[in-house]
Design a protein around this ligand. Structure first.
Ligand code: GLY
Length: 571
């Protein structure tokens, strides 16, 4: 049956939004479902777990709990219950969009001095390795919240696949083993980490079966008692004592105080599409909205690739400058979002762009530079009723802090490095920007995670990507490709580029530009630099004209992982 979301309903609500803004949650119409489901994640075991829960009568939100918790077992280098996530939910029954902020928080005893070396520069060893690099995890509370408020099944049913796989074991893929190799020196520092990831003191060979009874028990406590099963009682005691023995500063009160936040998503209208995306403490949605508002004043379709790319790079440059300058945790800092998201502000920024000359970043008002990382994971779900989830999850760098709290099987994140820990360091005039994202007890560190929906008259996309600061530009380019009519697999395969204000260069994936385009961009003053790797993007699309779903995962992943983005009929 052909079904489109009621564009007339959507059109009558457009007056609610001027350019980009914090739209009311009600202004995306409810719709009938596609009658089947699609899931795209970074691992086939996680995708299968989502379908297992859908087959038991769960909805997209239950599936999201199953996918997230299974990723926490089978792709724990990228995310886990020692980390956090940001998820965008679309409820088909009333058309409501909700943003779940399960981002980590700084512990009460956070002390910026420990992250500064004797030379006054950031001490990256402390901010990225070991328990002092870990924020208070948000993922367990976020999963419990999603099950309780949006799911149809009990939390225990949605966690069952993850618990089973943790107990029975699975064979880690080449990517998992490669990241153990990358982080082996740090994992070797902590006995509970080495016991899991370096059996016999070595990086395991492929074919190795990883069984995690401690992690299964920790997940079981969460399944039985909900968030209290993680943030109070035995798990909490083990987390705090292991962390403190290894030099960390968490207390039981930090864990007990952790709360999930529901926030209003950001909404931006662009070329007849409505993009719903992540608000602060993600910087991603603000930056994506700013870029789209700037680009809405150009007709990119009339330009050659070099000139349309040039304008997009210039819009990225300006959006990232603001990202660095203004953004932080909305519960702690006042941000000029009305200004950043307004059409008038975008008009002003657009007027500073030369049609054929790069603006050196140091000619723009100064701000701090963002620090890119390449980890994290994203999955996308649409269920048979049209409920949707875009969820990006992270422990920050590969295996987060590298520190497993003994007896829990939980790898703690190293998300403290996402705070501006040493204000003024990269740039003496960037102090104000750093302050918005300076650590404070209980504060959430700024994230780039940008789970997004794109609603059009004929098609809808659920999209997101890992990739540190490149998350934002990868998701932006995916959104633009979808609006250009590309399919899910064309979007994930599309070659990518990235500019983040500082360093003042364009990171380019091999094959993104032909020789002539690269030369034109260079002649305009852009510095092009080859970059690899790029984020593992997972996209689901829904064509309302044919009611067809399409799921695609990133073709950049190593081969042999099975089909991880799948569409299935679910009764
Ligand atoms: N840790 C990556 C991010 O949140 O952006």
């Amino acid at each position: 049956m052909i079904h489109a979301p009621s564009w007339r309903v959507l059109a009558t609500s457009l007056f609610l939004v001027v350019g980009a803004g914090q739209a009311t949650a009600k202004d995306v119409p409810a719709s009938r479902g596609p009658g089947q489901a699609a899931i795209a994640s970074a691992n086939f075991l996680a995708t299968n777990a989502g379908f297992e829960v859908l087959a038991k009568g769960g909805n997209a939100f239950d599936a999201a709990v199953a996918v997230s918790s299974t990723l926490a077992v089978v792709e724990q280098q990228s995310s886990g219950i020692g980390g956090g996530f940001m998820a965008l939910l679309h409820k088909a029954s009333d058309g409501r969009n909700v943003f779940i902020d399960a981002r980590e928080t700084a512990p009460k005893a956070v002390d910026m001095k420990v992250y500064v070396g004797k030379d006054g520069k950031p001490n990256r060893d402390v901010s990225t390795n070991g328990p002092l690099s870990a924020g208070i995890p948000g993922e367990p509370a976020g999963l419990a919240w999603m099950a309780e408020h949006y799911g149809k099944l009990p939390l225990s049913a949605s966690l069952a696949p993850a618990i089973r796989i943790a107990k029975e074991g699975f064979q880690p893929d080449a990517r998992f083993i490669g990241t153990i190799e990358d982080r082996k020196d740090v994992l070797a520092r902590y006995p509970a980490s080495a016991a899991i990831y370096l059996p016999d003191g070595r990086v395991p060979a492929q074919g190795w079966t990883l069984r995690q009874p401690d992690l299964a028990t920790t997940l079981e406590r969460l399944a039985v008692k909900g968030a209290d099963g993680f943030y109070k009682g035995e798990t909490a005691t083990l987390l705090v004592s292991a962390s403190r023995v290894a030099g960390g500063n968490w207390t039981a009160a930090d864990l007990e105080a952790y709360r999930v936040k529901e926030r209003e998503p950001l909404t931006v209208d662009y070329k007849g599409y409505r993009i719903v995306t992540a608000p602060p403490p993600s910087s991603g949605g603000v930056a994506i909205a700013e870029v789209l508002n700037i680009l809405s004043g150009f007709d990119l379709t009339k330009l050659d690739l070099a000139h349309s790319t040039h304008l997009t790079i210039e819009a990225m440059r300006r959006a990232f400058r603001d990202h660095n300058e203004y953004l932080g945790d909305p519960d702690f800092v006042k941000m000029p979002l009305d200004m950043l998201l307004s059409k008038y502000y975008a008009d002003g920024l657009r007027a500073t762009i030369s049609p054929d000359k790069a603006t050196p970043s140091d000619l723009l008002p100064t701000a701090m530079s963002a620090d890119p990382g390449m980890h994290t994971t994203h999955f996308s779900v649409i269920d048979a009723d049209g409920n949707m989830v875009a969820s990006t999850l992270t422990v920050n760098l590969e295996f987060g802090s590298g520190f497993v709290a003994k007896g829990t099987g939980v790898v703690l994140n190293d998300e403290m490095d996402d705070f501006a820990l040493v204000p003024g360091q990269p740039n003496a005039f960037g102090l104000r920007g750093a302050l918005a994202n300076a650590p404070e007890p209980g504060k959430r560190m700024l994230s780039s995670m940008s789970p997004s929906f794109v609603f059009g008259a004929d098609r809808t996309a659920v999209i997101g990507s890992p990739g540190g600061s490149t998350i934002i530009t990868q998701v932006l380019e995916g959104i633009l490709a979808f609006i250009d009519g590309k399919s899910a697999s064309q979007i994930t395969a599309q070659k990518r580029y990235h500019h983040q204000y500082l360093p003042d260069r364009v990171d380019v994936e091999a094959g993104a530009f032909d020789e002539a385009t690269a030369k034109t961009l260079t002649d305009m003053g852009h510095v092009l630099k080859n970059r690899s790797p790029w984020g593992f993007m997972n996209v689901v699309t829904w064509d309302h004209r044919t009611n067809a779903l399409d799921a695609a995962t990133d073709p950049r992943r190593p081969s042999g992982l099975g089909k991880v983005g799948t569409v299935k009929s679910v009764p």
